[in-house]
Design a protein around this ligand. Structure first.
Ligand code: ATP
Ligand code: MG
Length: 258
């Protein structure tokens, strides 16, 4: 049974953030989101509060580099977990269509029920083909049990993988498999943020639309120009810029200049 949800007045100062929480609670009731997914959202929200709930300049540059890398990829794939399917199903479908990267259900806590629930959330948002559901044979080496299963037509053979809100162990395993990893993670200190090739330190609800906007802007560029955008991006510097942004914002707030 669905719980009756709060009716949040539009003028409530935290209306948007509360609505996002509600989407995750509804997702949990449909088995799209796990209980640990709800905790993960809380960790993300705390960082979003520090960032000021708006895309930082470093996040916009990272989204642009991600768009260039996706346009240059031979076999790009977008990995979808419960939280991303609950929060941005429509934007993921649009990103898949615009980039030619298929969507793959890729769950840390994989059960048949959740696989189908996440796939159904994507189909309801307009997806036509969803990988990672049903019997698959490929596995990520060194990871255990259901956490390591990937689709042979998807992540297994991909050169560029978009893995938003991913766990650190799994990101490290993808790197060891030689993948170019693009992630979205509000915590610039997480192992995933530190390990990926491109980390967009931003809320997924802003980051995916930002990648889409950048793809539309860059689509007409030649490969050489795209390569120079991708090469010009350095993840270490981008993470440093994100941490310094938070520091400076906190300093301004503490001194009453916020
Ligand atoms: P790691 O395993 O990378 O060291 P962790 O164990 O703290 O990190 P995980 O649950 O493995 O966290 O990964 C989820 C990550 O997603 C967290 O860093 C969290 O801050 C981030 N996150 C949660 N919700 C969002 C969101 N809406 N947008 C962007 N990032 C988010
Ligand atoms: Mg983790």
């Amino acid at each position: 049974m669905m719980e009756p949800h709060l009716n949040i007045p539009n003028n409530h100062p935290r209306a948007e953030s509360i609505r996002v929480r509600e989407r995750l609670i509804e997702g949990e009731e449909r088995s799209v989101v796990t209980k640990s997914g709800l905790f993960a959202h809380g960790r993300g929200e705390a960082f979003d509060y520090l960032i000021g709930e708006a895309s930082m300049p470093s996040a916009l540059s990272a989204a642009r580099a991600a768009a260039a890398s996706l346009l240059l990829a031979s076999h790009p794939v977008i990995s979808v977990n419960g939280n991303t399917a609950a929060l941005v199903p429509g934007a993921l479908v649009e990103l898949s269509n615009e980039s030619g990267a298929p969507l793959e259900v890729n769950l840390f806590y994989r059960t048949r029920e959740r696989e189908l629930a996440v796939r159904d959330a994507l189909l309801a948002a307009g997806a036509t083909n969803v990988l990672g559901v049903g019997p698959r044979v490929a596995t990520i080496p060194e990871l255990f049990s259901e956490r390591r299963i990937v689709d042979p037509e998807g992540i297994y053979k991909a050169d560029v993988v978009v893995v938003p809100l991913e766990d650190g162990d799994r990101t490290e395993a993808l790197k060891r498999m030689g993948k170019f990893v693009i992630t979205v993670d509000l915590n610039p200190l997480s192992r995933t943020a530190q390990t990926a090739d491109i980390t967009i330190v931003d809320n997924i609800i802003r980051a995916i639309p930002n990648i889409l906007t950048a793809i539309r802007e860059l689509r007409s560029m030649d490969a050489e120009s795209l390569r120079s955008i991708a090469r010009g991006f350095d993840n270490k510097s981008s993470l440093s810029a994100s941490i310094l942004f938070i520091r400076d914002r906190l300093t301004a707030l503490a001194e009453g200049r916020g």
